[in-house]
Structure formats: structure tokens, C-alpha cells
Design a protein around this ligand. Structure first.
Ligand code: NAD
Length: 429
């Protein structure tokens, strides 16, 4: 099928490349000229495992194209996916102006039937607004349908998540739209759930809110564990063995971040409010998440006393491993709090340092994980990159001024770390 994917970010680029991989002809569109130029030079603007390989493969097979020309892409495609950003506004509402602007451009460019699919994460009822917008600007009265096809991929494993999803959710208003989307996803072996558009929109917001709730739940449990000498990992393991609960997203730490959970939760709370319901449960989830970061800083303060002129080495900046994404990463708030109290921060992340430099300009970026330890009074682990588990901790200890590890992701085993002579502070242990 001929498909346009509008918005070539983490979701649009992965979706476009994967749709091309499974046999479709895909045009990825973005209004960021630099991004498209980079892609047309055969490079990719983000770090995402396996993505480069499938882009190269699809480019060679002439099934994938990159352009800034939305009108041409819409004219050449039967199905148009909207995958632009929906960033949070000051008041927590998602900024839907990018979605609206794309809907308008599709309306003025289409010359025969088009299926317009919202893939961006949007509040329930956005589909109605997309329909209304297209109707307003569809001066040639071209037939079209709107559908919702929320994306559940996770950064860091986006390609595998797209190609082997737990489910594909399709929200449609009629059979024509359903048949087109079912046809597009036919090569992917996954259950397909067909719903109305509002339900599909809600499935996405509810899934993210529920996962964030699991994280905040276990972070609250971690506080109880610390007060009782219990181990939150054992508690999570025991809970997770119950199939009704599951072990995933029960890792205590410095809280969730990224471009999805914080903004989607906010947006869900806002739309619930607009619809007349105060979703207090989710406001508490947010509060616990903020507290997880503050508690971590308090732990550092408790062990180091004053932070002024203390050297703190930070391992991990990205909001999670295997991505370079720094958006709303917990590291930002934690590092800013340390800097505000006069600490000096040296940091290392395997992929996110380029993006971090723009957000955290006042810290020193190190070439290796070991460099971070130089003269450090404390080492803080903020992202659970695999390579940190393999560090030569003896060598790290020799470089440090004080051998203290504050492990915000419970990467290390306390007994091993203490055997090496470190003071170890974890979360909920
Ligand atoms: P992103 O910021 O990486 O990408 C969005 C892209 O849209 C940018 O490249 C931007 O230049 C482009 N864009 C904006 N306006 C445009 C326009 N008028 N025409 C063409 N391009 C335009 O964002 P993302 O992480 O890919 O997220 C996109 C959507 O998918 C969001 O709603 C997000 O919540 C949702 N989502 C994200 C993830 C994730 O892990 N990142 C997962 C599932 C869903």
C-alpha cells in the first residue's frame, strides 16, 4: 500500500521504516528540513537499535522516501498517518496545533479518497476534531475517513515493539477504514483489536497511565521497604509472580520520565477534568513520581551533608537505557537540584550526551563511565544502562575521593558493592 507518515520523529521514523520493511511504499514527511536532509544523506537523527539497518534495507528496496513536501506525499499515498509531536503546554494540556495543522494540509492536498490515521498520542475526542478540520478545508469534497491507531512502541526497543506488538489497536468508523488498516498490518503476527475511535484513543492514555501507576506504586512501596529493612525487589518479584499483576514496571527507582508518561498522564488528567471527573488517583501517581526524584536528592544530601563544592559523578542521563532521548528525563531535575545546592557534576551517558548538552549546559561531560569517578565524593546511577553493570568497580573506587554509590536504578547488588568497600544506597532496599 502507498502510505505517508507525517512527522518523522521517534514514532514516525520507526513506524515508517517498519511499514516499509513489511512491504509498503512509505513516504516519511517532516517539516524539519535539517532532519530530512540528514535522513536523505543516509544518516539517522536519533539513536534506536536496529533502526538504521531497516531504513537502509528499505531505501535499497526503493520502498522508503523522505521529504518535506507534505502535499506531494499526501497526493501519492492512500493512507496518511499523523505522527507529529503532541508536547505538553504549560497547563498540562497537549499542544494539538501540530495535529491540526497536518489535518489541514492533508485536507487541502488530497485529490481522491484518503484514510487519515492518528498515530500521535492524543486525548479522547481528537479524532472528531481531525474530522471537523478536514471537513472545513476539504473544499473539493474529497471522500475520506479518520481512524485512530495508537502506537505502543517503547524507545530503546521500538523496532521490535512495532514488528512484534502485543496487540494492534484500530479505532474506526466504518468497514472501509477497518479493511485498509487490517490490510496494512497483515504481515504482522499480532492480535488486532478493532474499536470505535474514542475507545482506541482511550486505550492509549489508559495504558500509559496504568503503567505509570505501577511505577509510582512500587516507588511508594520502596519507602515502606526502607523503613522496615525489606527489599523492594523481593516484594516486586513476589507480586510479579501473580499473573494478574505481572513483574514488568515494578522496578523502584528515581521515577519515570520521557516524552510519554509524564505528558500523557498530565493530558489524561486534563481531559478527565474537562469531562467532569477529577482523576485524583492519577494526580497522586504524578506526585509520587516527583517525590521519587526529591527523595533521591535528599539521600545524597543525607550521606554527604553539604553539597556545596562536592563532586558528584552521574552515570546515565537518558530517561531509560538504549535511547538518546532526554525529554523529561529524571536526571534533569536531579542534576539541577544538585547544581542549585552548589555541587559539581561530571556525567556520562553512552548515547544521550549530545542531547543532554543543550538541556544541562553546566555540567562536565566525560568520555567514559570511569572518568566520571575522578575525585568524586559520590557516584549516582540514574539510568540502568547494561554497561554500568560491567564496570570495573575496583578501578572506579580508586579514582573516587569517597567510595559512595547512590544507585537510583538498583543496578548493583548491595553485598558485592559493600564487599568492595563502598557505602551503598539503593532505592527500597
Ligand atoms: P518527535 O518530537 O520525536 O517527532 C515529531 C516530529 O513531528 C518532529 O520531527 C517534528 O519536526 C514533526 N512535525 C511537527 N509538526 C509537523 C508538521 N506540521 N509537518 C510535518 N512534521 C511535523 O515525537 P515522537 O516521540 O515521535 O512522538 C510523536 C507522537 O507519538 C507523540 O504524540 C507521542 O506522544 C507519541 N508516542 C511517542 C512514543 C515514544 O516512545 N516516543 C511512543 C508512543 C507514542
Amino acid at each position: 500500500m502507498r502510505i505517508a507518515v507525517i512527522g518523522t520523529g521517534y514514532v514516525g521514523l520507526t513506524s515508517g521504516a517498519c511499514l516499509a520493511k513489511i512491504g509498503h511504499r512509505v513516504i516519511c514527511v517532516d517539516n524539519d528540513e535539517e532532519k530530512i536532509a540528514v535522513l536523505n544523506q543516509g544518516r539517522i537523527p536519533i539513536y534506536e537499535p536496529e533502526l538504521k539497518e531497516i531504513i537502509d534495507e528499505s531505501l535499497r528496496a526503493n520502498r522508503l522516501y523522505f521529504t518535506t513536501d507534505i502535499s506531494k506525499a499526501v497526493k501519492e499515498s492512500e493512507v496518511c498517518f499523523i505522527a507529529v509531536g503532541t508536547p505538553p503546554l504549560e497547563d498540562g494540556q497537549p499542544d494539538l496545533t501540530y495535529v491540526e495543522s497536518v489535518a489541514r494540509e492533508i485536507a487541502t492536498s488530497m485529490d481522491s479518497y484518503r484514510l487519515v490515521v492518528e498515530k500521535s498520542t492524543v486525548p479522547v475526542q481528537t479524532g472528531k476534531w481531525i474530522r471537523k478540520t478536514i471537513e472545513r478545508y476539504n473544499h473539493k469534497q474529497v471522500p475520506f475517513d479518520v481512524a485512530s491507531n495508537p502506537e505502543f512502541l517503547r524507545e530503546g526497543s521500538a523496532v521490535q515493539d512495532f514488528l512484534k506488538p502485543d496487540r494492534i489497536v484500530i479505532g474506526v468508523e466504518n468497514e472501509r477504514a477497518r479493511d485498509l488498516l487490517v490490510e496494512i498490518y497483515k504481515p504482522i503476527n499480532a492480535p488486532v483489536l478493532v474499536t470505535d475511535i474514542s475507545s482506541a484513543e482511550l486505550i492509549k492514555h489508559c495504558s500509559n497511565a496504568f503503567l505509570a501507576m505501577k511505577i509510582s506504586f512500587i516507588n511508594a512501596v520502596a519507602i515502606i521497604c526502607e523503613a522496615t529493612n525489606a527489599d523492594v525487589r523481593e516484594v516486586a518479584n513476589g507480586m510479579g509472580m501473580d499473573k494478574r499483576i505481572g513483574r514488568a514496571f515494578l522496578d523502584a527507582g528515581v521515577g519515570y520520565g520521557g516524552f510519554c508518561f509524564p505528558k500523557d498522564l498530565r493530558a489524561f488528567i486534563r481531559i478527565a477534568e474537562e469531562l467532569g471527573y477529577d482523576f485524583r488517583l492519577l494526580r497522586e501517581v504524578e506526585r509520587i513520581n516527583e517525590e521519587a526524584k526529591q527523595r533521591f536528592v535528599r539521600k545524597i544530601r543525607k550521606v554527604l551533608w553539604n553539597l556545596r563544592d562536592k563532586n558528584i559523578g552521574v552515570l546515565g542521563l537518558a530517561f531509560k537505557p538504549n535511547t538518546d532521548d532526554m525529554r523529561l528525563a529524571p536526571s534533569i531535575d536531579i542534576i539541577n537540584a544538585l547544581l542549585a545546592e552548589g555541587a559539581k557534576v561530571r556525567a556520562y551517558d553512552p548515547q544521550a550526551m549530545e542531547k543532554a548538552r543543550k538541556i544541562l549546559p553546566d555540567i562536565i561531560y566525560c568520555e567514559t563511565a570511569a572518568d566520571v569517578a575522578q575525585e568524586a565524593d559520590l557516584l549516582a546511577i540514574l539510568t540502568e544502562w547494561k554497561e554500568f553493570k560491567q564496570l570495573d568497580l575496583r578501578c572506579i573506587k580508586e579514582k573516587m575521593r569517597l567510595p559512595i554509590i547512590c544507585d537510583g536504578r538498583n543496578v548493583f547488588e548491595r553485598s558485592e558493592i559493600e564487599r568492595l568497600g563502598f557505602t551503598y544506597i539503593g532505592v527500597g532496599r
